[in-house]
Write a protein that binds this ligand. Structure first.
Ligand code: PLP
Length: 387
């Protein structure tokens, strides 16, 4: 079968491939510690599960409007507005099956052949994949370890050309766990406004802060009109499998993105949207408890990594990933990830799964028990010592 040539430009998310390899090893009887996948190892809180069951019984089992149920859009708008401190009109909210489709639809709706998109690198791999898929030109903006994995704003300014259409920001960042300082967000906003660019702000980790509080580029004056906020419930409420996310879009993007939803998935599942309202407006204690647990684990994993010869790791400010520098092991990122999986039985990701500037690093998700984190660290240390 001859596939369409565009398929050769579509990348992937290595986490899912590594998970499959790890599962294959487990099927052969190997014991694997999973530090590869980016999903909280907690159950969805009970009040949310109960709300979903009730919604099913109440008949929320049918098609709904493509941009989301009116009550879901209204309550999401209320939640986002409360979080960011400005009015969010419900008509700007679009509900999708997970946060990821917001990337897909935004890039599909905005970018044409030759358009340039500036995106963080290391960064979530689907940004680059989607930019390439639609024929755009990905322009990586390096996040530098020396500055706590933040971008150099002069470099950003120099990256802007006549063809630049979109800047993607992600704070807290996957995979680096870094946070964009508000002063940098102000400067990025200035660049966007000066050059009439759209921004996509991926805020899916907005609850996962170990230091300070979340700020959004949309809190800078003039930015809500030109920013797509990508967010969702997957991470904050341990709802990765529910597939529930949303975007807050500039007005001109609402209709095109809704049309893309009609053309692809029709709408998001109705009962999950009702459960999502409970998630956002019910008790937030489960989120607070989960983030506190991640903060404790951060100490275990960062201290543990820094105790291993050849590895050094900064303390992530947010998200739930450690992104250690592994250069002094003498291994490439890929070799390190393979040795961890096949020799040590620890599944983690090569930094290069997040772009070219991820070489020399690895990503370990600390969405696993403290005990398993310690076992994983011991295994990595032993594997390196035996080389
Ligand atoms: N954005 C970033 C930075 C992520 O890390 C992820 C998931 O790993 C997503 C978006 C997608 O989230 P969802 O599972 O809601 O589609």
């Amino acid at each position: 079968m001859r596939l369409a040539s565009r398929m050769s430009r579509l990348g992937t998310e290595t986490a899912f491939e590594t998970l499959a390899k790890a599962r294959a090893l487990e099927a052969e009887g190997r014991d694997i510690i999973h530090l590869e996948i980016g999903e909280p190892d907690f159950d969805t809180p009970e009040n949310i599960r109960e709300a979903a069951k009730k919604a099913l019984d109440d008949g929320f089992t049918h098609y709904g409007p493509s941009p989301g149920l009116p009550e879901a859009r209204a309550r999401i708008a209320e939640f986002v507005g409360g979080r960011l401190g400005y009015d969010v009109p419900p008509e700007r909210v679009v509900v999708t099956p997970g946060g990821k489709p917001i990337m897909f639809y935004t890039i599909l709706a905005l970018i044409e052949a030759g358009d340039e998109v500036i995106y963080p690198n290391p960064g979530f791999p689907i940004y680059e994949s989607m930019i390439n898929f639609v024929g755009g030109t990905p322009v990586p903006l390096q996040l530098n370890e020396e500055t706590g994995f933040t971008a150099n704003i002069d470099e950003l300014r120099a990256s802007v050309s006549d063809r630049t259409k979109l800047i993607i920001v992600n704070s807290p960042n996957n995979p680096c766990g870094s946070v964009i300082p508000h002063s940098d967000l102000e400067q990025i906003a200035e660049v966007a406004i000066e050059n009439d660019l759209t921004v996509m702000s991926d805020e899916i980790y907005h609850d996962f802060y170990f230091e300070g509080e979340h700020t959004s580029i949309t809190q800078v004056s003039g930015m809500p009109e030109r920013t797509v906020i990508l967010d969702g419930l997957s991470k904050s409420y341990a709802m990765t499998g529910w597939r529930l996310g949303y975007g807050v879009l500039p007005e001109p993007l609402v209709e095109p993105v809704s049309r893309l939803i009609t053309n692809s998935v029709s709408c998001s599942a109705a009962f999950t949207q009702i459960a999502g309202i409970e998630a956002l407006h019910g008790s937030q204690q489960p989120v607070i408890d989960m983030v506190a647990e991640f903060k404790a684990r951060r100490e275990v994993i960062v201290d543990g990594l820094n105790a291993i010869d050849g590895i050094s790791c900064q303390r992530p400010k947010g998200a739930f990933y450690a992104f250690p520098n592994i250069r002094h092991t003498g291994m490439t990122s890929d070799d390190f990830a393979n040795a961890c999986l096949y020799e040590a039985g620890v599944a983690l990701l090569a930094g290069t799964a997040f772009g070219e500037f991820g070489e020399g690093y690895a990503r370990l998700s600390f969405a696993n028990s403290t005990e398993n984190l310690r076992r994983g660290l011991d295994r990595i240390a032993e594997m390196l010592a035996n080389r």
